[in-house]
Design a protein around this ligand. Structure first.
Ligand code: IDC
Length: 329
């Protein structure tokens, strides 16, 4: 009897404790996402803005994919999304490395998804095309990779699929649509999760596709910018896309020049953030690494892969750390 009373008292106490929605809610975040008009919405159909950071190439900087790092991204930085960038071509890319490398990359992605889920964040699985310019180049590998991913993560409500980072070169919107129509039905046979689609010219031409969007639900189109290079002309492109009804997601931006290095512009980054916040556009900052380049968020002299202090961060790192901290996500 005494035991039962103690248990009842413990339950009553647990129920009366104040709940910190994020810390206490072990179900990923705000549940399954949907796209409604230009907005991303959560399981309660409320607008939601995702803000967080992207890894550098997973094969190149794998060590930041660890539970302590992801925990502090959520608890200390204030991120609600993390992007796992897996190059298809460069740096032991998925399509250029051997099969042991592919196995390794898949393991890293599984761990990344688990750490993100355990720490209440959304997670983007990014097929990071770059030097391979056209997503049709490796379309077969992409399809089988996304089949594996969608099957593995079909029961997770916090996974987002980004099917082509940055089409470039001569790649047209019609090439990208062809690729999307090749890959998306495979993903859709397992999950209705949000899918991000890159746009021509390194995902900058989001303003050129309105009136010619894909014919699936829960799709967003990506706009990427590097603040020290891409200024008001590019903000106008984003604004015009939004006004034309294109759901835009900034799945990658940097504070540096578009090379990933050179000067860093916090003033341009602030202008971008004001615009993105105004329209609830989600954004993800490149990159969670200590590479000796100004887009990296961690100083190159800092070799630890968790337990980071603000002083361990670069100018870009401090900016995004403060930005995430200020927001209520
Ligand atoms: C950069 C990395 C850099 C690497 C280079 C080539 O920061 O270390 O040497 O790629 O692989 C993008 C790409 C992203 C780039 C980044 C900066 O999506 O892969 O990373 N950038 O150049 N688009 C615009 C800029």
């Amino acid at each position: 009897m005494k035991k039962i009373l103690l248990i009842l008292a413990a339950i009553a106490l647990a129920l009366s404790l104040p709940k910190n929605a994020y810390a206490a809610d072990k179900d990923a975040t705000s549940g399954a996402l949907k796209v409604d008009g230009i907005y991303l919405t959560d399981e309660n159909n409320e607008k939601i803005q995702l803000k967080g950071v992207s890894t550098h190439g997973l094969a190149w900087f794998p060590d930041y994919v660890n539970n302590s790092m992801f925990k502090e991204l959520h608890d200390k930085w204030g991120a609600n999304v993390v992007r796992l960038a897996m190059y298809s071509a460069e740096y032991n890319g998925y399509c250029t490395g051997d099969s042991a490398n592919r196995t390794q990359l898949k393991k890293l992605i599984k761990r990344g998804v688990k750490y993100a889920s355990d720490n209440d964040m959304y997670v983007i699985i990014d097929w990071h095309i770059l030097s391979d310019s056209n997503p049709l180049t490796y379309k077969k590998s992409a399809k089988s990779f996304f089949k594996w991913a969608a099957k593995s993560f079909k029961d997770y409500d916090n996974v987002i699929y980004e099917i082509c980072n940055e089409p470039n070169g001569n790649t047209t919107w019609s090439d990208i649509k062809k690729y999307a129509d090749y890959v998306i039905p495979t993903i859709r046979s397992y999950t209705d999760a949000v899918i991000l689609v890159g746009t021509p010219t390194w995902s900058q031409d989001v303003d050129t596709i309105s009136g010619d969007l894909l014919d699936y639900d829960n799709i967003m189109y990506t706009m990427h910018f590097y603040a020290a290079t891409h200024k008001s002309t590019y903000r106008k492109k984003m604004l015009s896309a939004l006004k034309a009804g294109v759901p835009v997601f900034v799945s990658e931006f940097g504070l540096s020049e578009s090379s990933g290095n050179g000067s860093v512009s916090t003033s341009q980054a602030n202008k971008w953030a004001n615009l993105m916040d105004k329209y609830n556009v989600s954004y993800v900052c490149w990159s969670l690494s200590n590479k000796n380049e100004s887009s990296a968020l961690i100083k190159s002299t800092v070799t630890k892969t968790s337990g980071l202090k603000r002083s361990n961060l670069t100018k870009a790192g401090k900016w995004i750390f403060d930005k995430l901290n200020q927001s209520d996500t």
